[in-house]
Design a protein around this ligand. Structure first.
Ligand code: PAF
Length: 282
């Protein structure tokens, strides 16, 4: 498994691989890899000859300094995990300077309003940061396919919009959420939860799974109210938002119809650690 730190070296390697007729998959990550990331790698490896895994904690997508400073970093273990998959992988671990030069600033994007919903309301500038780094990685790797987890469903829809608007010829593929045995969505941030909190955080998935069962009989407002009530008296989890939105526009809905697809989205604080999850309702 080759590890690249510099764009120019990776570009040269990929040029050779492409000339040999290899299909290239890209899995962008911020490291602290878990089974969820590995499932993206496995998906990519089954559809491409070579998978590029980028590991880069992107400073411009963090709205809270504390979140960036505490983001877990486990590079050595990440490399072992990737090696352990036995797949054909090239790892890209650039420095901040390599990705941004002197100007550590996000480009400003218009994602046709997708960026103003949910996470966009609570994390100012987050999707400009994501857009900036993902665009840069897609342009560098020129992958046939790029893989993203559905846990960050809004991010996935925004990246699909990014490639459409920028005319980037990479297919963006969403992969299902992987969950811990208690249902908690896998996330690098789970590393920061105490064992006790990790158990308690299972309440998030338990609650949204129950909320899903209300889909046939209740309105969006009733389901969100019911979900909010479940968190009202929770002693350790604080609900930031719960929203039911149309899957493609991400706009909140007031009523359901038969032709559209809907998802419930949630963000919860477990102490200072912010966890997100979502579930398809139909
Ligand atoms: O989902 C993530 O880990 C990040 O937002 C991504 C896509 C790697 C961009 O930094």
């Amino acid at each position: 498994m080759l590890v690249f730190k510099h764009k120019a070296d990776l570009k040269r390697h990929l040029l050779n691989k492409r000339e040999e007729g290899n299909r290239i998959g890209l899995v962008p990550t911020m490291g602290a890899l878990h089974e969820g990331h590995l499932s993206l790698v496995i998906n990519s490896a089954s559809e491409n000859d070579l998978t590029v895994v980028s590991i880069f904690v992107n400073p411009t997508q963090f709205d809270r300094k504390e979140d960036l400073e505490n983001y877990p970093s486990t590079l050595e273990r990440d490399l072992e995990l990737l090696e352990g998959t036995g797949r054909n992988i090239a790892v890209f671990t650039p420095s901040v300077q390599e990705m941004y030069s002197e100007n550590i600033q996000a480009e400003s994007f218009d994602f046709d309003g997708l960026e103003h919903q949910m996470e966009g309301k609570f994390r100012a500038g987050h999707f400009d940061g994501v857009g900036t780094i993902v665009k840069s990685l897609l342009q560098l790797v020129e992958a046939d396919n790029a893989y993203f987890g559905e846990k960050d469903f809004q991010q996935l829809q925004i990246i699909k919009k990014l490639v459409e608007k920028e005319g980037i010829p990479t297919q963006v593929i969403g992969c299902p959420i992987l969950r811990e045995s208690n249902g908690l969505a896998m996330s690098s941030r789970n590393e920061r939860l105490s064992p006790e909190m990790r158990k308690e955080a299972a309440f998030i998935y338990q609650t949204i799974s129950k909320a899903k069962t209300l889909f046939q009989t209740k309105s969006p407002e009733e389901i969100t109210k019911w979900t909010e009530n479940q968190f009202d008296n929770h002693h350790s989890l604080t609900l930031e938002y719960v929203e039911i939105a149309n899957e493609s526009t991400l706009e909140p809905v007031k009523s359901f119809n038969k032709k559209d697809r809907y998802r419930l989205f949630i963000a919860v604080f477990a102490n200072s650690i912010r966890l997100i999850d979502n579930i398809a309702l139909n």
